[in-house]
Write a protein that binds this ligand. Structure first.
Ligand SMILES: *Cc1c(COP(=O)(O)O)cnc(C)c1O
Length: 361
């Protein structure tokens, strides 16, 4: 068996150690005579798995006690719709800083429920930079300010947490959570779909300052209410137990490997390799993003034309470098370098890039 280097943007590569552990327990987990996926979510065994995953995530991200951690079914897009329902009064102003594709999605999901105000828009610049904080137009009466911490498709990442004053800052960390140290206390709410850096798709993590759960929001069903999920330890209904278990294994692996400081080092090393290969290619490869905000997780890059791009995808796949085709919204190529991608994977990619340029440049 050979495992390829998988550069998929999501669902994404998982640590081999996690997959092996899941495999080992698939038929008989921990001697209970059944798989963990076959156990009741109310069983003592699964409750222990769920609690351990939360405890480990709290350790990994240094999450303060005045924050609730929710494990909810669905993806980041689901959370994008729940934000205004839970935290904005009907028609209340909410401020969105738009730095790429996922910011647009967040706006689309919020628009039916709130008065969405575009606080800053990087669209006219082709989403290649983050508009300076000084130019953002924020309302003191806004329910929250929303940013996309890392734009998975456009490859633009906030390197610092912006200061937005007294209005709570909400952030989509789907593709960069646990990629490095994070000061949770600067945020009112952080959400992330698991399938980029935390585990398999189907579950999202929401980290929210408890005090915000007291907001009335707007009329909605209990199942769409974060406070209800928090009050029931995310077991308001049957949670995605398999995904929660896998997320727990992935978080535990990150702790065992040295935690977010170690991943910050590895991710910086991987990103430096790939950006150096692009910038050192004499224009053969291009990345349009301003260097100060280039994503360490997702590196979009472009060749001169479609024919060469298709050839790159075919040849890299044949060489065991998977899923380098760019998103359909941008075309081109993209390398996702999440925590589970080893430095050796980034090295294999840049070796291939240099070889490809020699043959086709
Ligand atoms: C992948 C992604 C999403 C969408 O996640 P779904 O699980 O498909 O809803 C949203 N935001 C960001 C930053 C993403 O990377």
């Amino acid at each position: 068996m050979t495992r390829a280097f998988n550069f998929s943007a999501g669902p994404a590569t998982l640590p081999e150690a996690v997959l092996r552990e899941a495999q080992a327990g698939m038929l008989d987990w921990n001697g209970v005579g059944a798989s963990v996926v076959e156990l009741s979510h109310r069983s003592a065994e699964f409750i222990a798995v769920a609690a351990q995953a939360e405890a480990d995530l709290r350790t990994l991200l240094s999450i303060p006690d005045d924050y609730a951690v929710l494990f909810v079914a669905g993806g980041a897009t689901t959370q994008q719709a729940l934000l205004p329902l839970n935290f904005a009064a009907p028609g209340q102003r909410v401020d969105y800083v738009l730095t790429g594709h996922w910011g647009k999605t967040a706006i689309r999901q919020a628009t039916p429920y709130a008065d969405v105000h575009l606080a800053a828009d990087a669209g006219p610049g082709g989403f290649s930079d983050i508009p300076p904080r000084a130019g953002w137009s924020l309302g003191a009466d806004s329910a929250y300010v929303h940013i996309t911490a890392n734009e998975t498709i456009h490859g633009v990442e906030f390197r610092d947490t912006p200061d937005v004053g007294a209005v709570p800052l909400f952030a989509d960390f789907s593709s960069s959570i646990a990629s490095g140290p994070l000061d949770v206390s600067r945020y009112g709410l952080i959400y992330a779909g698991a399938q980029k850096n935390l585990g398999p798709v189907g579950i999202s993590v929401v980290i929210v300052r408890r005090e915000l759960l007291g907001r009335a929001g707007q009329p909605r069903a209990d199942i769409f209410t974060y406070a209800s999920h928090a009050a029931r330890d995310s077991m308001l209904n049957t949670p995605p137990t398999w995904n929660w278990y896998m997320l727990g294994l992935t978080v535990k692996w990150m702790l065992d490997e040295g935690g977010v400081e170690e991943f910050a080092r590895r991710n910086a090393a991987k990103a430096a390799l790939v950006y150096a290969a692009i910038d050192g290619s004499g224009g053969f490869y291009r990345n349009p993003v301003a260097p100060a905000v280039r994503s360490r997780m997702n590196v979009p890059f472009f060749l001169a034309d479609e024919v060469l791009t298709a050839r790159f995808v075919a040849e890299s796949t044949a060489a065991g470098l998977l899923a380098l085709k760019g998103h359909k919204a941008t075309g081109g190529l993209r390398a996702s370098l999440y925590n589970a991608m080893p430095v050796a994977g980034a090295q294999a990619l840049v070796d291939f890039m240099r070889d490809f340029q020699q043959r086709h440049g």
